[in-house]
Ligand binder design. Sequence first.
Ligand SMILES: Nc1ncnc2c1ncn2[C@@H]1O[C@H](COP(=O)(O)OP(=O)(O)OP(=O)(O)O)[C@@H](O)[C@H]1O
Ligand SMILES: [Mg+2]
Length: 309
Amino acid sequence: MTWAPFYIGDGVPRNVDLGDPPPWRTFPRRSLHREFQPPADLIEAVNAALALRRPLLITGPPGSGKSTVIEQVAQELKLGSVLRWHITSRSTIAESLYRYDALGRIHAQRLEGHQGSDDIEPFIQMGPLGTALLPADLPRALLIDEIDKSDLDLPSDLLDVLERGEFEIPELTRYRRKVVRVREWLGDSSQPVIEGRVQCTTFPFIVMTSNGERDFSAAFLRRCIRYTMPTPTVETLRNIVAAHLQISEEHSTSVDALIANFVERLTSGESLALDQLLNAVRVLTAERAPQGDDAQAVTQLLLRELSRV
Ligand SMILES: Nc1ncnc2c1ncn2[C@@H]1O[C@H](COP(=O)(O)OP(=O)(O)OP(=O)(O)O)[C@@H](O)[C@H]1O
Ligand SMILES: [Mg+2]
C-alpha cells in the first residue's frame, strides 16, 4: 500500500481523484508576488537599480527565487505584466528587439496579387527587449532569465543597446510610410514607430538572473547593480513556507524538523532548492499524507541533492 494510491502498478484501469494541486502548480499560472518573501538587502538592491536606472543582476543557486523577485516588484509598483526573455546559447539581441516575418509578407503579397496592399504591420512584432524600450511613462519590467547560458558575445551586445536605449528597425527605415504601428511582445497593443527608430523615454526595470555558471566582464558588471541570494536561515524558511502553505498545529513540529534538516544540509554545502522543501512540506502535510517509513522514503525522494542525478 502506498501513501497516494493513484498509480499502483497493476495495469488495471481505474478512475482517480488527484486532489487539489499545490498552490504553485495551478494553471493558468498565477503570479507569486504575494508569497515572495524578499531577503532584506534585496530590497536595497532593487531600489538602487530603480533609482539609478540600472539593470539588477541576481546570482544564486537554483530555486533561490531569482526569477520571482521581478513579479513582486512589477505588481507592487504597477509596472504591468513582466516581459520575459529566457536566454539559451542560441539567443540573439536581434530576436529580442523585434521579429520580422519576411516570408509571411512575401506570401501575403503573392496571394493578394497586384491590387493587394504590401502593408508591413502584420509581419513585424517587438520582442521582449524591444517592447521594454518603447516610449512609456512608467518603466516596463523585463526579466532576462539565465543570462549565464548565453553565447559569449550576448552580454556586451546587450550592454550596447541598454547604454544607448535605442535601436533601429531597418525594414521600417526603408518603408514607404513614415509611421508604422508595431505590436508589443505581450497582448495586442501596438505603438507607433517613426522612421524605424525606437527610442526609450523611461529606462525599463531589468532583472538579469545567473546561476553563476560563468564570469562576466568588468565592463558588464560595472553597469549593473549586483546581488547574490543569501543562504536562507531557519527563520526565513519558516516565513517562506508559511507564505505558500497553511501549516496546521499538528504538523508544525514535523515541518520545523524538515526546515532544520534542510538548513543543515545547505550549510554543509549540499545543493538543494527551495521548491524541493516546499514540495516535501506540501506532501507531508496534505490529506492522506504518507506516514512512518513511507514519509521517510518520500522525504528522501523529494529532497535529493541537485548536483547528483
Ligand atoms: N524568498 C522567497 N519567498 C517565497 N517563495 C520563494 C522565495 N524564493 C523562492 N521561492 C519559491 O521557490 C520557487 C523557485 O523560485 P525561482 O524559480 O524564482 O528560483 P530561481 O532562483 O529562478 O531558480 P532557477 O535558477 O532554477 O531558475 C518559486 O516557486 C518561488 O515561489
Ligand atoms: Mg529562474
